[in-house]
Design a protein around this ligand. Structure first.
Ligand code: NI
Length: 169
């Protein structure tokens, strides 16, 4: 397993546009593996390539539903409903904020073999995807936060968050 350095808020790389992936090279495959490792190490549920300094349209998501989602060159094609909830970001460690997102979305993207797929997502999975999708165009959730950022609830020693909704994406 290989961990990469997570870029923090204020790093100019987080404000840049990511470029589409045209082919899967060994470097891209390694990047995706490292992104999962880095995300798990940070107890996050999503990570975009720009957060480890690579300006490509790639993000990974794992919300604990036994799926490791990889999204390459994604497009959100439908958005429906609204849900207001708490979210965080591995690039802004230790904080959470309240953000309103679409409750249900439809996404078209390519997987880690550059095969196209389409999926629907709701609730927390939809939130994680929307959060990561924003990273690809240089946007952070802080731009959408309602009110102030709050200190995240401290974690237990075994890494289990005290508050169920405290996730860092
Ligand atoms: Ni984030």
């Amino acid at each position: 397993m290989a961990l990469r350095e997570i870029r923090k808020e204020g790093d100019p790389v987080l404000a840049k546009l990511c470029k589409p992936v045209k082919e899967i090279t060994p470097r891209i495959t390694e990047l995706i593996e490292d992104m999962f490792d880095t995300m798990y190490e940070g107890n996050g549920c999503g990570l975009a390539a720009c957060q480890v300094g690579v300006l490509r349209q790639i993000f990974v998501v794992d919300i604990g539903d036994d799926n490791q989602y990889v999204f390459i060159n994604p497009q959100i094609t439908e958005m429906e409903g609204e849900v207001t909830d708490e979210e965080g970001c591995l690039s802004i460690p230790g904080y959470v904020g309240t953000v309103t997102r679409a409750q249900k979305i439809k996404v078209v993207a390519f997987d880690e073999e550059l095969k196209p797929f389409e999926m629907e997502a709701e609730d927390f999975l939809a939130r994680a995807i929307q959060h990561e999708f924003d990273h690809l165009s240089g946007h952070l959730y802080t731009e959408k936060v309602e009110g102030e950022l709050r200190k995240a609830v401290p974690q237990e020693e075994d890494g289990v968050p005290l508050a169920e909704n405290t996730e860092e994406a």
